[in-house]
Write a protein that binds this ligand. Structure first.
Ligand code: UT7
Length: 324
């Protein structure tokens, strides 16, 4: 049996920090509201010189270095992003060039905030079927480019960043299972409603800016319900109990959603990796950012059982059970 094992992780955040107090100066909001309702204290915002692929390049280099992997050994690059630098070439192709990867397959996956879970699932399947030995998986976003900085409902929530990991084929477990889902019926609750084949005229109505729109309260309720279901599905698929888990590495959108999932899993908050306070919702970068943080600070150790999960626009959602 072939498994995918994580052999290196990395992450990267832009330099510019924007605190809740900074946002108080430009919006009708306050630090207390943001912390109470979301758990966010600050976020990082990329400069013009830090598009998605630059953040991704740093995170990937860190992951390759941590795994002692030469770029030439990579068989596939799968990149979760909903904020690519260009329409094409894909961000994966741009990163492939920056890193000097061989002419391996390189693809973007757009599943909004679940992009990394989708990318991880694809990478795992390539390794399990024997078509790849080492795969680089990345989640990177510059969602700040889609934010209307006059709208407090969304401006306080999001930030930019990147996370990555290297998977290697191994006889030792490994990723035990991945699960991905989507339901396009609620596209109106969370979207950026401009695109290539329809909708570009909306840019003209909005000073050339594409804008992320979210009915936060409604998304919140679906997210809590759906994440509750997927953690059950993941444990059942592996014949495991809640008590078998050592760590929850959740999508970092809102501390209250994270707490609800932890409660459902009967985990105490010391077993939950939380980074949302330091970078807000970084979409597909959030799970690998949190994972890298807890591996580097020594909380997550070899042999620990990890549950990763995410929920995002589409709606999309996904999870992975991993013996680290
Ligand atoms: O990653 C993809 C998935 N996304 C998510 O999972 C996000 C899901 N949603 C959420 O995290 C939460 O719904 C929010 C953090 C977006 C909002 O929290 P909420 O508790 O659902 O607040 P709400 O939307 O019901 O708004 C409550 C009040 C409203 O005022 P009134 O109508 O009660 O007077 C809002 O106008 O809070 C007001 N409000 C704010 N006040 C201060 C909304 N945004 C702000 C703000 N500062 N930034």
């Amino acid at each position: 049996m072939i498994y995918s094992r994580i052999i290196g992780t990395g992450s990267h955040l832009p330099e510019k920090v924007v605190t809740n107090k900074d946002l108080e100066k430009i919006l009708d909001t306050d630090d207390q509201w943001i912390r109470d309702r979301t758990g966010i204290r600050e976020r990082r915002i990329s400069s013009d010189k830090e598009p998605t692929t630059v953040l991704a390049e740093h995170a990937c280099r860190n992951a390759l270095e941590a795994g002692d992997v030469d770029p030439g050994e990579i068989d596939l690059l799968v990149m979760g992003t909903t904020t690519p630098d260009l329409i094409f070439p894909s961000s994966a192709c741009l990163i492939q060039k920056k890193l000097g990867l061989p002419d391996c397959g390189a693809m973007d996956v757009n599943a909004a905030c679940s992009g990394f879970m989708y990318a991880l699932s694809i990478a795992d399947k390539y390794i399990r079927c024997g078509d790849a030995k080492k795969v680089l998986v990345c989640g990177a976003e510059t969602l700040s480019d889609l934010i209307n900085w006059n709208k407090r409902e969304t401006a306080v929530l999001f930030g930019d960043g990147a996370g990555a990991l290297v998977l290697e084929a191994s006889e030792e477990p490994g990723i035990l299972s991945t699960h991905i889902h989507a339901n396009g019926n609620h596209a109106d609750l969370l979207n950026t409603a401009v695109g290539v084949s329809r909708g570009f005229e909306k840019l003209a109505e909005n000073d050339g800016k594409a804008e992320l729109q979210m009915k936060g309260n409604e998304v919140f309720k679906v997210a809590v319900r759906t994440l509750g279901r997927i953690v059950d599905e993941t444990l059942a698929a592996n014949n495991m109990k809640k008590s078998d888990l050592d760590w929850l590495i959740p999508h970092q959108a809102n501390l209250r959603i994270i707490t609800a999932t932890a409660r459902k899993l009967e985990m105490n908050m010391e077993q939950v990796v939380i980074t949302v306070d330091l970078h807000g919702n970084t979409s597909s970068a959030s799970v690998p950012l949190a994972l890298d943080t807890a591996i580097r600070d020594g909380r997550i150790k070899r042999g620990d059982m990890l549950l990763l999960e995410a929920f995002g626009g589409g709606f999309t959602w996904g999870s992975a059970l991993i013996k680290y």
